[in-house]
Design a protein around this ligand. Structure first.
Ligand code: FAD
Length: 438
């Protein structure tokens, strides 16, 4: 039975950053194996809904850790460091008591330390039994295989003048709709909220992006729920949706992309590990309830302190910065470096068309929302969420520089106190104002 000191299960975004942290902190050749069902070494997954759809990002160009400003770790990087990278190797059983993983091939691997980084998978409309949801031509986007299928479908739709429908107005739906429109397709974006990205955007922020989508010819159907798909020869040709009044509408579609959220891949560990928040419960070292077993990235439910209240709760974060940092945290813990407890400030970013935004912290409904900057021309603008006593608990900026993002991060991390009336002027002026207070 092949045996390793450390196995990283899941060769996703976190795996690449864990490998880097192990190497930087004294890993010996032959100690680490990464086991993944995908045919590729770790890559920067966010590129799939951005550059990949435009033909700009292709492997090996976006292997980790290029997104985090590090070296591009192509397969030779791993072999050169004595790390075994087992691609096309799906784990079908994890026996944590025996410290053994069984691969689909029947091979069994054993370990001393295990890091679980199995990530998440898209929620499929077949799971909620939406009629016709299993038809061909209905796409989801999680990995390179999905992205390749979508790119091929875009090419066909371009040739045939086909109509594309995107289901979901979150960041995946928004980015994919922008990618399809940039490819020249006729796009309709259907979502249940009253405005785009309603989990984060204020109506005022959403209005800026909605104007842009409108200008790019993307039709938005708000307050709507997809209730069925029609098709011929096993392929989707229409979408039925219900509007807020309950009326059902029918739209032609040759290509559908669904982005309605994700769920963590935890099934292998149910009954073996303590679970929380839909993921695997870990402590500040990313250690699970079983000694020697760690969980990182999308799958980990870790202690997260609220910026607004200071209250600590177990939370999952499906974001690449958390996956990178938590991977490094587990690597250091396994190497006996006893890192300080994981201290994470939520951070999100997205890019649509020529726009690009960042957000740090939280966006509590009760906070005062103070918008600033040029929201008409959609140049540099943003919003601050001010909690009790005017404490900055959330900060959003569109069109800023990397240095500006550092200022926003600092404003939230430090909990700057501001009065709403004092936040005025251009985006640059408000960033300068925050910088002066740090
Ligand atoms: C299209 C898209 C766009 C995104 N854009 C952004 C963005 O703009 N900003 C941002 O912050 N975040 C973004 N994210 C989220 C970010 O990519 C994830 O948070 C990150 O990939 C999580 O890393 P991970 O290693 O935990 O999981 P993943 O990267 O999902 O990796 C999990 C790996 O485990 C493998 N695996 C699972 N089960 C098994 C098994 N049983 N056996 C073997 N292998 C297995 C999977 O195949 C996969 O390779 C985006 C995600 C997607 C899908």
């Amino acid at each position: 039975m092949p045996s390793y000191k450390i196995i990283f299960l899941g060769g996703g975004n976190a795996a690449g950053y864990a490998a880097r942290a192990f190497v930087e902190n004294g890993l010996n050749a032959g100690e680490l194996a990464i086991v993944t069902e995908e045919p590729y070494c770790a890559y920067e997954r966010p590129a799939l809904s951005k550059g990949y759809l435009l033909g700009a990002a292709r492997l090996p160009g976006f292997h980790t850790c290029v997104g985090g400003g590090g070296e591009r770790q192509a397969p030779e990087w791993y072999s050169g460091k004595g790390i075994a990278y087992l691609t096309n190797s799906r784990v079908i059983k994890a026996d944590l008591a025996k410290k053994a993983l069984t691969l689909e091939s029947g091979e069994v691997l054993s370990y001393e330390h295990l890091i679980i980084g199995t990530g998440a998978r898209p929620i499929r409309l077949t799971e909620s039994a939406v009629p016709g949801a299993n038809l061909g031509g209905i796409h989801y986007l999680r990995d390179v295989k999905d992205a390749d299928a979508l790119v091929a479908a875009i090419a066909v739709a371009k040739e045939t003048g086909g109509k594309a429908i995107v289901v979901g107005g979150g960041y995946i739906g928004m980015e994919v709709a922008a990618g399809l429109a940039s490819n020249g397709l006729t796009v309709t974006l259907i979502f249940p909220g009253s405005h785009l990205l309603s989990r984060l955007f204020t109506p005022e922020l959403a209005a800026v992006y909605e104007r842009l989508y409108d200008a790019k010819g993307v039709k938005m159907v708000k307050g709507a729920k997809v209730v069925g798909f029609g098709g011929a020869d096993g392929k989707v040709s229409s979408v039925d949706y219900k509007d807020a009044t309950g009326a059902v509408h029918h739209l032609e579609a040759s290509l559908v992309v669904v982005g309605v959220g994700a769920q963590a891949n935890v099934e292998l560990f149910k009954g073996q590990l303590e679970m929380a928040a839909g993921g695997i419960k870990v402590d500040g070292q990313m250690a699970t309830s079983v000694p020697g077993v760690f969980a990182v990235g999308d799958v980990a439910a870790f202690p997260l302190a609220s910026v607004a209240t200071g209250q600590v709760s177990l939370a999952r974060q499906e974001h690449v910065t958390h996956c990178r940092l938590s991977a490094a945290q587990a690597a250091k813990a396994i190497l006996g470096l006893s890192p300080p407890p994981y201290d994470y400030l939520p951070y999100f970013y997205s890019r649509v068309f020529a726009l690009s935004w960042v957000f740090y912290g939280e966006a509590p409904a009760k906070a005062a929302k103070v918008h600033f900057g040029d929201m008409t021309e959609a140049k540099c603008f943003g919003c601050l969420w001010l909690g009790t006593g005017g404490k900055v608990v959330g900060a959003f900026l569109e069109g800023g520089s990397a240095d500006d993002a550092v200022v926003l991060k600092g404003a939230v991390a430090k909990g700057l106190l501001l009065s709403a009336e004092a936040v005025t002027g251009s985006g640059a002026a408000v960033v300068a104002q925050l910088k002066a207070k740090l």
